[in-house]
Design a protein around this ligand. Structure first.
Ligand code: Q9C
Ligand code: ZN
Length: 363
């Protein structure tokens, strides 16, 4: 059985980005989630509303932050919580403004450790790698609510939550997404790595577990790769646009470090690739995941592989998501699976694309 989770607080985050040298409303918008919700509400699927903020359960919050801290640095998490207020207090923005960096960390030959700068503008750049990760008044609330969905979904699958245990798939409608965040900085619309949080949540009850991550967002999940690059118990498999954002990662020769050698599999595909070319890579990736035999599977699901996506460039259509989903399910049947929403920016097709994916999962 499949359960779908969302939290109304995730709609609160609505920021700006620099794209093509223009400052515009971020393409990663609340309307994306609204479109998916609209389609799901008139479907047969069970949609469960989670409200992280309202029942003030301190233990729940402490637990979430503890699991997040396993892969995210405490100063970065404090930054996410505080930077909007810092800018506000310094008079840099008004209540309706956005924190956006203008200077980034760069390599030096000094050998000195990097330290967070005092200047509030500089701090924004120290904790980000691009200008598509703005922070507005309610961003932190939404970021935490989004992350919590990954954790709640994992709890249900792991049997930590009191729920019917015939649920073997949870779909977390996360926004903001997570796979570009490496635990030290934001970027690519991502602030907390939701997949990494799901891994620590699962491990709280199963410390030795093996986790498979299949990343089918159009973009390489540099953050997820980075976090698990030296972890032999996590197999990361990503199919993504070659030489596309985030540009500095995603090559096939990035295969893992030390005893985790072989547990990072990048399958870059040329821009303009067809569904046939895509399914070849997918089949290869699925086989590697089957061989790894994970106890828990995470799918980072982006719909920016869609043919008309403004940020993605594959030839994938609505009906193809059904095939992608069905083949994955069949290959990895029986493994509890958490599906995390990542990107996808053709708002009026997101609902149909999600329904197509869910149809394939159940067939
Ligand atoms: N010239 C996700 O899909 N800007 N993030 C790209 C290309 C950032 C995408 C600019 C795209 C981030 C989760
Ligand atoms: Zn993407």
């Amino acid at each position: 059985m499949l359960v779908i989770l969302w939290d109304p607080d995730t709609l609160l985050h609505q920021t700006v980005e620099l794209l093509g040298s223009k400052l515009i409303p971020a393409l990663e918008s609340p309307e994306r989630l609204e479109a998916i919700l609209k389609a799901l509400r008139s479907s047969k699927y069970e949609l469960r509303t989670i409200e992280f903020a309202s029942p003030q359960d301190d233990r729940r919050i402490t637990r979430l932050l503890e699991f997040t801290s396993a892969t995210h640095s405490p100063d970065y998490l404090q930054h996410l919580r505080d930077i909007f207020q810092t800018w506000l207090d310094a008079g840099l923005i008004k209540q309706d403004g956005h924190v956006l960096p203008e200077c980034f960390v760069y390599p030096t030959t000094t050998g000195k450790p990097l330290r967070p700068p005092k200047d509030p503008f500089a701090r924004a750049g120290y904790y980000a790698f691009d200008m598509s990760s703005g922070i507005m008044s309610d961003s932190y609330k939404a970021i935490v609510a989004s992350a919590n969905l990954a954790s709640e979904g994992t709890d249900m699958l792991a049997g930590f939550a009191n729920l019917p245990n015939d649920i073997d798939t949870a779909v977390a409608l996360c926004r903001p997404p997570g796979h570009h965040c490496d635990g030290q900085r934001a970027g690519g619309y991502c602030y907390i790595n939701n997949a990494a949080l799901a891994v620590s949540t699962w491990r709280s009850g199963h410390p030795e577990a093996k986790v498979g991550i299949l990343d089918i967002d159009f973009h390489h999940g540099n953050g997820t790769q980075e976090i698990f690059y030296a972890d032999p118990r996590v197999l990361y498999v990503s199919i993504h646009g070659e030489d596309e954002f985030p540009y500095y990662t995603g090559a096939a020769d990035e295969t893992g470090n030390g005893d985790a050698e072989g547990t990072n599999i990048n399958l870059p595909l040329k821009v303009g690739s067809s569904i046939e070319e895509y399914l070849e890579k997918l089949d290869y990736g699925q086989q590697k995941l089957v061989d790894f035999n994970p106890d828990f599977l995470i799918i980072s699901l982006g719909f920016d592989t869609f043919h008309s996506d403004p940020l993605g460039h594959f030839q994938i259509h609505t009906e193809d998501y059904e095939i992608i989903s069905r083949t994955t399910r069949h290959a990895l049947k029986g493994i509890p699976t958490l599906v995390l929403l990542e990107g996808g920016y053709v708002i009026d097709q997101l609902g149909a694309n999600m329904l197509s994916f869910l149809k394939g999962w159940n067939s």
